[in-house]
Write a protein that binds this ligand. Structure first.
Ligand code: ATP
Ligand code: MG
Length: 254
């Protein structure tokens, strides 16, 4: 469903990725972990066509994005980026809801404007999605009237309303207190259990352990280890993985 192959990416003179590859199958839930600055967000942004890269390719459901050498992608490249973004829902740490729009307006805006869906259909969809995440009662609220956890769930609903093939989450709970983080994680868990193809960058190791099919460990722009969560969390093979988990979980002696 999502393939990253031989990706090279620098920020100015600083190389970050030097030929990195990832493959995510349809229905798989992959969690990206690793120290701050190791490249998790950049990887998600490259997959979603939000970042340029120098070499390699990203393939999302058959659509290929190649390295873009100029600041201005060609018309065909821009079209491919647009199509990739239509296939992927992305949720960030900051909820990025439109503050002057109600929950309903936030959710139906893109389906109506971008997909050309009828207002009636998009409202019906929005109601159904909100029902699934227990936020039906907030349909006419403004973002400022919601808790952080509720706002993030609306951000997820907004992404789902575009009927994406896969969802990308970049630290969706790191600005929330634990209780609200739990509400958001259970919504993501439901999606994963329902078979949504999902990539999540997170520092929530408990969630990674429970929900991931596969964990990918980043360090300094490299993937240093990948495997099922039971293996990564109980018997990591790479010393740097142990060191990282030791730091965040306070276990594993090196
Ligand atoms: N716009 C940018 N310009 C220059 N350097 C950048 C930019 N964005 C990211 N970087 C650098 O790229 C590296 C990877 O950053 P990235 O945000 O992908 O890490 P991360 O794994 O998501 O970290 P965190 O866990 O803190 O979110 C870091 O060294 C960062 O400083
Ligand atoms: Mg990040």
């Amino acid at each position: 469903m999502i393939t990253v192959h031989g990706l090279y990416k620098s920020y100015g003179a600083h190389p970050l990725f030097q030929g990195i590859s990832i493959q995510v199958e349809k229905g798989e839930a992959v969690v990206l972990i690793g120290p701050s600055g190791s490249g998790k967000s950049t990887m998600l942004r490259c997959i979603n066509g939000l970042e340029t890269f120098e070499r390699g390719e990203v393939i999302v459901d058959g659509i290929e994005l190649h390295s873009i050498n100029s600041k201005r992608p060609s018309k065909q490249e821009a079209e491919r980026i647009r199509n990739v973004r239509l296939k992927l829902g992305m949720v960030f740490q900051q909820f990025n809801l439109f503050p002057h729009m109600t929950v309903l307006q936030n959710i139906i805006e893109a389906p109506v404007r971008v997909l050309g869906m009828s207002r009636e259909q998009s409202v019906a969809d929005a109601r159904e999605i909100l029902r699934q995440i227990n936020l039906e009662g907030k349909i006419n609220s403004y973002p400022g009237q919601l808790s952080g956890g509720e706002q993030q769930r609306v951000a997820i609903a907004r992404a789902l309303a575009m009927r994406p093939e896969a969802m990308l989450f970049d630290e969706p709970t790191s600005s929330l207190d634990p209780e609200m983080a739990g509400e958001v994680l259970s919504v993501i868990r439901k999606l994963v259990d329902g078979g949504m193809t999902t990539i999540i960058a997170t520092h929530e190791m408990g969630f990674a352990h429970e929900a991931a099919d596969r964990v990918v460990v980043f360090d300094k722009g490299n993937i240093i280890e990948t495997g099922p969560p039971t293996e990564i969390f109980t018997d990591p093979k790479v010393p740097r993985t142990r060191e990282f988990l030791n730091r965040v979980l306070g276990r594993f002696r090196i």
